[in-house]
Design a protein around this ligand. Structure first.
Ligand code: HEC
Ligand code: HEC
Length: 364
């Protein structure tokens, strides 16, 4: 029995030596011992702890690979489009003023690009309809989308495998220079999880490092107060859905953009096939909203003024209209000053630290 065990152990040790030396041979720079350094997300003190995936710990090497992939145009069929083409940092990683994003060969998509930050709070799914459960699932979607990058995963993997730069980056991140779609998705997930936004004026006020103007303060009160028709406190009811420190519950809701006969994009229902999900879309975070226009899943509103007017007087009834918005369906009658106050408050959510963070920029 004991001899057996010793033999087994010896075999195991031998096997691991062989394995380690194999993967070493594959590495382009054999001087690099495989060792990753853990990366700690630094959260501003007023923000809740991030919910990070247990099975994909952040490492400097994983993030570096994810970043290279994010800005890699080889990921698209004709080498013209990277993730970064439709996700610009200066616009909270949305598309610069475009209603619909442009993919390969100038093809136009059918939805507005979404902002990327604080992804670790999104526990209900990704995309406007939530069809990707995890961020890593999401990250492979655009590659094969014919309107976005239009490439097959297999071709992308072959192209990356042929480059010593990528063999090296994959080795450093995962101890194995073989490119795989799983590793690609894990690395991109890691990179996107490092985008933290929690240093806007709003956050500074929360931390007693700054003060609101009177207009911003009135806007904040409107935002966080219930709308009451019966002459009670006067609010604009935004906080129901744009809740929590991330200004979103990340749930799928219908905020009254269209009546039933006008539904063109069924949103969440395209994925769940449930009519009760018709025209429900992921509630976007309102952080950095001043720089992420145009607004809504189809980019129908160019300015925040138009968005406020929608909530003030444009809510359309339909069977899936959210209950929290029912109260304002007949209009809120906000004064011009109140509308300006709400916008002033929304403008305090712009986070220059995140928008300019060098760590998220394409490396040379
Ligand atoms: C052609 C433009 C385009 C390209 C290229 C593109 N995206 Fe997007 N991205 C979009 C659009 C449009 C949406 C919303 C799509 C939808 O809901 O159907 C989106 C959604 C997302 C989301 C969801 C955010 C959320 O809150 O749910 C993430 C994350 C994201 N993209 C990351 C990436 C990554 C990573 C890549 C590269 C592999 C990429 N994108 C390539 C346009 C693009
Ligand atoms: C019932 C939930 C709900 C309430 C209440 C609500 N919203 Fe929204 N909001 C949403 C949803 C859902 C979307 C995305 C809808 C879509 O794109 O189809 C959205 C989108 C937005 C957008 C566009 C963001 C972007 O990135 O495109 C802004 C700005 C916004 N809301 C501000 C507000 C303000 C200000 C209030 C209060 C006056 C408010 N919302 C009240 C659910 C809500």
């Amino acid at each position: 029995m004991r001899n057996h065990l010793i033999f087994l152990l010896a075999v195991l040790v031998l096997m691991s030596i062989v394995l380690v030396s194999c993967s070493k041979d594959e590495a382009t720079s054999p001087t690099n011992e495989f060792e990753t350094r853990p990366y700690t997300l630094v959260m501003p003190s007023n923000m809740p702890a991030p919910i990070l995936p247990q099975d994909n710990p952040l490492t400097y090497e994983g993030i570096a690979l994810g970043k290279a992939l994010f800005f890699e145009k080889m990921m698209s069929k004709d080498g013209t489009v990277s993730c970064g083409s439709c996700h610009n940092q200066g616009n909270a990683f949305t598309d610069n003023d475009k209603k619909f994003s442009e993919g390969i060969e100038g093809k136009i998509g059918d939805r507005n690009s979404m902002p990327i930050f604080n992804m670790f709070y999104h526990t209900k799914g990704f995309f406007w309809d939530g069809r990707a459960k995890l961020l890593r699932d999401q990250s492979l979607g655009p590659i094969e989308n014919p309107l976005e990058m239009g490439e097959t995963l297999e071709n992308v993997m072959n192209k990356l495998q042929a480059e010593s730069k990528y063999r090296n980056l994959f080795y450093k991140a995962f101890g194995d220079s073989t490119v795989s779609s799983l590793k690609m998705s894990l690395a991109m997930e890691q990179f996107m999880l490092t985008f933290v936004s929690g240093n806007s004026k709003f956050d500074k006020v929360e931390r007693s490092e700054a003060q609101f103007t009177m207009s911003e303060l009135r806007g904040k009160e409107l935002f966080f107060t219930e709308f009451e028709t019966s002459g009670g406190a006067r609010g604009a009811d935004c906080f129901h859905c744009h809740a929590t420190a991330d200004f979103s519950n990340h749930e799928f809701m219908n905020n009254g953009l269209d009546s039933e006969s006008e539904f063109t994009d069924l949103g969440r229902a395209m994925f769940t096939k449930r009519p009760t999900d018709n025209a429900k879309f992921k509630t976007p975070s309102l952080r950095n909203v001043a720089v992420s226009g145009p607004y809504m899943h189809d980019g129908r509103f160019a300015t925040l003024t138009e968005v406020i007017e929608h909530y003030n007087s444009g809510i359309k009834e339909s069977p899936t209209l959210d209950v929290n918005i029912h109260g304002i369906k007949d209009g809120m009658n906000l004064t011009e000053q109140e509308k300006l106050d709400l916008i002033a408050f929304l403008n305090t959510l712009t986070d220059e630290v995140y928008l300019n963070n060098q760590e998220y920029k394409e490396s040379n």
